[in-house]
Design a binder for this molecule. Structure first.
Ligand code: ADP
Ligand code: MG
Length: 317
């Protein structure tokens, strides 16, 4: 693009809360046919809240892991029971060593319920899977099924409860203490106001719209379903280091992609996509890796950014 094109683009965009970086972004935006969204923090607010604390014994009491009439899952609102208290206390103490938004939700949820926490004496992140930590009660694992299986903890006693929570779009995490399954803690996030209409509008205009998430497939599909996305367009359980590869695979078919994301995990994918778009409240590394930043955190501004790029390019052409 000429300097004039860049100037026109920036002027229009600044007004709309859309910031472009680099003179070539408008050229790169030409011929885009696929829009890939990160889930957490992009299509959703990313303000996870602790919603459920499910001790393994309470699941077992309700018919061998089959959800009872009330769902078999105790929604924790008031004072936790003894089992819930232990489960939440070890999970939250272990997670106090992590900066992950899921960890923050568990710690905040425990504190709100008056549960005492201890700092872990040892702590290890297992990226894409969870954490391992040593707290006064023993060695704790918090994370997904893969984390449990890799550490010889059998998650099947709570499988039915896990699936119920995931179908609600929640992120359900297993908790183990010294190799024994203690139960589940689950968090929920809320979809951003304009996410659904943005997906619908993009689809109407003929774009392929996809979701990339490290979260469980059932959870990803539940959120995708709320947004009117096809289950096949939800790419779930993508490890942090594999997000960029997923973009490469999509582009190998000759597609031209925009990737929209907010996290550290998204940065390589934002660079790999033809156009990278960062959410303004996202991490610095995402913003640095992106061609475009949405200052208002509004997914609908993706449409605006694309429109401005189109208009500017056709004017210059
Ligand atoms: P996302 O990109 O969705 O934030 P991550 O790759 O960070 O996902 O994590 C993928 C999955 O690994 C999470 O859905 C969760 O099951 C598990 N996980 C990651 N970090 C933690 C953590 N600190 N505590 C518990 N589980 C975690
Ligand atoms: Mg994210």
């Amino acid at each position: 693009a000429t300097p004039m094109a860049t100037m026109v683009g920036s002027t229009l965009s600044a007004k709309n809360g859309v910031l472009y970086k680099g003179a070539d972004v408008l050229e790169k935006a030409r011929g885009i046919d696929t829009v890939v969204f990160d889930k957490t923090g992009t299509l959703t607010h990313g303000d996870m809240r602790l919603t459920d604390v499910v001790p393994v014994d309470e699941v077992a009491e309700t018919d061998g892991g089959t959800p009872a009439a009330d769902g078999g899952v105790l929604e924790t609102t008031g004072e936790p029971t003894a089992d819930e208290g232990l489960l939440l206390s070890v999970a939250a103490s272990a997670e106090s060593g992590s900066e992950h938004p899921l960890a923050q939700a568990i710690v905040d949820g425990a504190e709100e319920r008056g549960v005492d926490l201890a700092d872990p004496t040892e702590f290890e992140n297992v990226p894409g899977h969870g954490i391992r930590a040593t707290v006064p009660e023993g060695e704790v694992l918090v994370g997904n099924r893969k984390l449990m299986e890799d550490n010889d903890v059998d998650p099947t006693p709570v499988e039915a409860a896990m699936e119920r929570l995931e179908r609600e779009g929640k992120t359900a995490m297993l908790v183990a203490l010294d190799g024994a399954l203690l139960g589940i803690v689950a968090t929920a996030d809320t979809v951003r106001d304009s996410a659904k209409e943005t997906v619908a509008e993009l689809q109407k205009r003929g774009y392929d719209v996809m979701m990339l998430t490290g979260d469980n497939e059932r959870t990803g599909r539940a959120i995708g379903d709320q947004l009117g996305m096809d289950p096949d367009d939800v790419h779930a359980e993508v490890l942090p280091e594999d997000k960029a590869d997923e973009i490469d695979v999509i582009q190998e078919d000759g597609n031209r992609t925009i990737m929209v994301g907010d996290g550290v995990n998204d940065a390589p994918a934002l660079t790999t996509a033809h156009v990278g778009v960062a959410i303004g409240s996202g991490t610095d590394v995402a913003i640095e890796s992106a061609d475009i930043t949405l200052m208002r955190d509004d997914p609908a501004d993706v449409l605006k950014a694309m429109r401005v790029a189109d208009a500017t390019i056709s004017k210059v052409r």
